[in-house]
Ligand binder design. Structure first.
Ligand code: BEZ
Length: 221
């Protein structure tokens, strides 16, 4: 596995089981393996409480939490701050804007989880987590990872789009083309044998550029 250059902590990769941990959060102690049972999990880090970009991002997660709920997905935040700092920030944002961060935020003051998940990238910052997003499926397998630097906020539409794309791909055994959003045509997986290729070439139920690039509509009902 890839390693950071600060310590030889392995970086989790797509397809790995999500490393288990116990942590203190704004909603009490959690153990990852017991958290979000039978659900998807979007776990994300932010560099620091009471900072501007982080406030916009966390507010984005809070404002759109119902869309994550609809996708059977729990949210779990993290930063290298104390739980007292998290509570103060949550309350401050609620007082100033009316937005309430109603999901657990890990107080990773000993950097244990940040290091375990490669969120501490020392050439970006030695003390603050980068903006990471881990998409973890109900079997606790890591399915997609995003890392953003400290100075660029993430895109909530893309986080939700990627989550829905993963779930749709699993459900219908298809792949998602460039810029796919729900309702768009999907990619039919390419044939793996000559027999499958010949069958594909005769299949007029799908939109085919050639045997390896074919799309179809999904029936969601
Ligand atoms: C921010 O969220 O605004 C921020 C946090 C840490 C470093 C730089 C920016």
């Amino acid at each position: 596995m890839e390693t950071t250059n600060m310590e030889s902590t392995p970086m989790p990769r797509i397809g790995d089981q999500a490393p288990d941990f116990e942590a203190v959060t704004t909603k009490g102690k959690i153990k990852l393996s017991d958290f979000a049972k039978n659900k998807w999990l979007v776990m994300f880090s932010h560099p620091a409480d009471f900072t501007p970009v982080c406030t916009t991002e966390m507010s984005g997660f809070a404002i759109r939490k119902k869309e994550f709920d609809a996708l059977n997905t729990e949210l779990l935040g993290l930063s290298i701050d104390s739980v007292h700092s998290h509570l103060g920030w949550v309350n401050n944002v609620r007082e100033k804007t009316g937005v309430y961060f109603d999901f657990p935020i890990i107080a990773d003051i000993d950097m244990k989880v940040s290091k375990l998940y490669g969120m501490l990238q020392p050439n970006e910052s030695e003390t603050a987590a980068v903006r990471a997003v881990f998409f973890i499926d109900p079997k606790k397998k890591i399915r997609l990872i995003m890392y953003y630097p400290l100075n660029v906020g993430r895109n909530m539409n893309e986080i939700l789009r990627a989550l829905e794309a993963l779930q749709t791909s699993d459900k219908f055994k298809v792949a998602m083309p460039l810029d796919w959003i729900k309702g768009d045509k999907v990619i039919v997986p390419p044939p793996k044998t000559l027999e499958e290729m010949e069958a594909r070439l005769k299949d007029d139920s799908i939109e085919m550029v050639d045997f390896y690039l074919a799309k179809k509509e999904l029936n969601y009902n």
